[in-house]
Design a protein around this ligand. Structure first.
Ligand code: IMP
Ligand code: MG
Length: 174
């Protein structure tokens, strides 16, 4: 059955908020070099826009990625698979997620990264579904709090589709 996507957050709204997030991240003490680590696949679009906002505001960055997977279709499988082979020791790390849902992915990644003794570790997510939380984790920066609905676009997928949409939308069957 074909699906219809209803726009929840437009390209313009997202752009403005990403610039606001960059300001929040850069308020207070700025590192000489910020190590941005994004979580594949979902956060590649957000990260690409965020690092360019950070750069416009004068922050130098390194960019690396982690692959994490927990979803099949629209259901969280509960187990988070990931492998990290980045040297994080002594670095100022910004972990970039597309969405925090149950929180399992971010909790697991935060634990693993913390064990690698970075100098500082901050978490930013574009979207947060606080109603769905199963574990105790609060990102340091949140773009938008959203209701418990399955979202696609701007990097988010439904079975690998719709990541390329420039906006964030809700799927409804037609
Ligand atoms: P968590 O471990 O349950 O917090 O799930 C986090 C991951 O699930 C995110 O990084 C997304 O890849 C995926 N996810 C959660 N909610 C959605 C959604 O509404 N649309 C697409 N992917 C989602
Ligand atoms: Mg993800």
């Amino acid at each position: 059955m074909p699906e219809k996507i209803n726009v929840l957050l437009s390209e313009q709204v997202i752009k403005k908020r990403v610039a606001g997030l960059a300001d929040e991240i850069l308020s207070g003490s700025r590192p000489e070099l910020l190590h941005v680590v994004f979580v594949l696949k979902g956060s590649f679009v957000f990260c690409a826009d965020l690092v360019r906002e950070l750069s416009r505001k004068g922050q130098a960055v390194n960019i690396d990625y982690i692959i994490a997977k927990s979803y099949l279709g629209t259901e969280s499988t509960g187990t988070v698979k990931c492998k990290i082979d980045i040297d994080m020791a002594g670095k100022d790390i910004l972990l970039v997620e597309d969405i925090v849902d149950t929180g399992n992915t971010m909790l697991k990644l935060r634990k693993k990264i913390a064990e690698m003794k970075p100098e500082r570790l901050r978490l930013v997510t574009l979207l947060d579904k606080p109603e769905r939380r199963e574990v105790d984790i609060e990102p340091d920066y949140v773009g938008f709090e959203v209701e418990d609905r399955f979202l696609v676009g701007y990097g988010l997928d439904f079975d690998e589709r719709y990541r390329e949409l420039p906006y964030i939308g809700v799927i409804s069957p037609q």
